[in-house]
Design a protein around this ligand. Structure first.
Ligand SMILES: NC(=O)c1ccc[n+]([C@@H]2O[C@H](COP(=O)([O-])OP(=O)(O)OC[C@H]3O[C@@H](n4cnc5c(N)ncnc54)[C@H](O)[C@@H]3O)[C@@H](O)[C@H]2O)c1
Length: 382
């Protein structure tokens, strides 16, 4: 079978996301399936060029997966004519400089979110890419979670009627790192290193809300650093300077109110690590990573507040599970495939830098709302 090789620089491939989700679960998984089938019958064959700072880690990853193309010299990698795409999964603060260099080298760019540390940086990248005429994409993995894809199906069916409100609960306990190792990198908890749950999670909530329900028109956010002392990867204590919880309320188009709690200091008493309840005039839905359950107005139990009586039964049992009805591939891979088809076959792809900039804008305005203790309007970026 004819192959169409596409050189892809993977920068930050030694990190959690770069390695597991993007290299192994996406690009190598596409190769393991014989490449990505294209319209003309050929198969797109990703050729990863691993880029990082640490030679030993790069050689080890390359050897583990039978790869040989790696370098610590980003500019040399970007100068190669066989490299068509630059991908960035570095820590957020390093992203803008590397992406600018990739655009200047004429590469298409796909990147982890957030696109940049602030809106000015995100808009500068959006402009630079448009001027250079390169294709862009920003990871929006939550849209591809099975539970949320089923929720989208429910919304599109009209089952919910007029949507009134969205309640989201995201989070879990991230160990401080002293008596049990932390399960997230320590830079996430240092503002000076680009950490913070607002910058991490509000970009997700922006694309999720705007793709499923409507554009976000205002934000009101309270943040906290609940745990201010943590232990890093080397077992050293450090001061946690970044927000580790964000309690946010958003007003969306059509009067929809969304309220989303994000926290790394909450113990899970939920079915999934993220869950959204959507209430509409005709029905409701509760969706998470994998599951989506619905309740129609005709099946809504009559709740009556009476503290003298034991609770009126099994409120969860009256919900109906939405069936999968299809195989759900890894969400990161699905989005990679869409981006690759966008680059080589001109398929439409809406999750571009302009969309990514809206996510950074919402994070920035969420932080401003928290700092100033007020509701902040979200202007259209045009
Ligand atoms: N889409 C998602 O669900 C999701 C989830 C987690 C993280 N992310 C994003 O992915 C990016 C990477 O996050 P991660 O959790 O993989 O982080 P990580 O710490 O595991 O990896 C960071 C990568 O950047 C490199 N790096 C470059 N300069 C660095 C520096 N000065 N300090 C530390 N590392 C440096 C590291 O070598 C590593 O390859 C972040 O921008 C983050 O916002 C996205």
């Amino acid at each position: 079978m004819n192959q169409r090789p596409v050189g892809i620089v993977l920068n930050g491939v030694t990190g959690r996301m770069g390695y597991r989700q993007h290299l192994v679960r996406s690009l190598l998984a596409i190769r393991a399936d014989g490449g990505l089938p294209l319209r003309d019958g050929t198969r797109l064959w990703p050729e990863p060029v691993l880029v990082g700072r640490n030679e030993a880690k790069l050689t080890e990853i390359a050897a583990r997966h039978g790869l040989s193309d790696w370098t610590t010299d980003l500019h040399a990698a970007l100068a190669r004519p066989d490299v068509e795409i630059y991908f960035d999964a570095q820590t957020t603060q390093r992203r803008e400089k590397s992406i600018s260099a990739a655009i200047e080298a004429g590469k298409h760019v796909y990147t982890e979110k957030p696109l940049a540390s602030d809106l000015a940086g995100a808009l500068a990248l959006t402009r630079l890419a448009a001027e250079a005429g390169v294709r862009t994409g920003v990871v929006a993995d939550k849209l591809f979670l099975p539970g949320l894809r089923k929720l989208k199906r429910v919304i599109d069916s009209g089952f919910l009627g007029r949507i009134l409100s969205v309640r989201g609960e995201f989070g879990y306990w991230v160990f401080e790192g002293d008596w049990q190792p932390a399960q997230r990198p320590s830079w996430n908890y240092r503002a000076e290193d680009g950490g913070g749950i607002v910058l991490d999670m509000l970009p997700h909530w922006e694309y999720l809300l705007s793709n499923l329900f409507g554009r976000v028109r205002s934000v009101q956010c309270v943040t906290a650093t609940h745990i201010d002392r943590r232990w890093d990867e080397g077992g050293e204590p450090y001061q946690a300077t970044a927000d580790d919880a964000a309690y946010a309320m958003f007003e969306l188009d059509r009067g929809i109110i969304a309220q989303i709690n994000s926290s790394w200091a909450v113990r899970v008493f939920r079915d999934e690590l993220v869950e959204f309840q959507v209430d509409g005039t005709e029905g409701s839905a509760v969706a998470g990573l994998r599951r989506c359950r619905i309740q129609h107005r005709a099946a809504t139990p009559r709740s009556v507040w009476d503290p003298d009586k034991p609770d009126g039964g099994d409120s969860r049992g009256v919900w109906t599970e939405v069936p999968d009805n299809q195989e759900f591939d890894n969400g990161f891979r699905v989005q990679w495939e869409q981006f690759l088809r966008h680059v080589v076959e001109n398929e439409p792809f809406g999750l571009d830098f302009a969309a990514g900039a809206r996510g950074v804008q919402l994070a920035e305005l969420g932080l401003r709302s928290a700092r100033e203790g007020r509701r902040v309007e979200v202007p259209d970026l045009g």
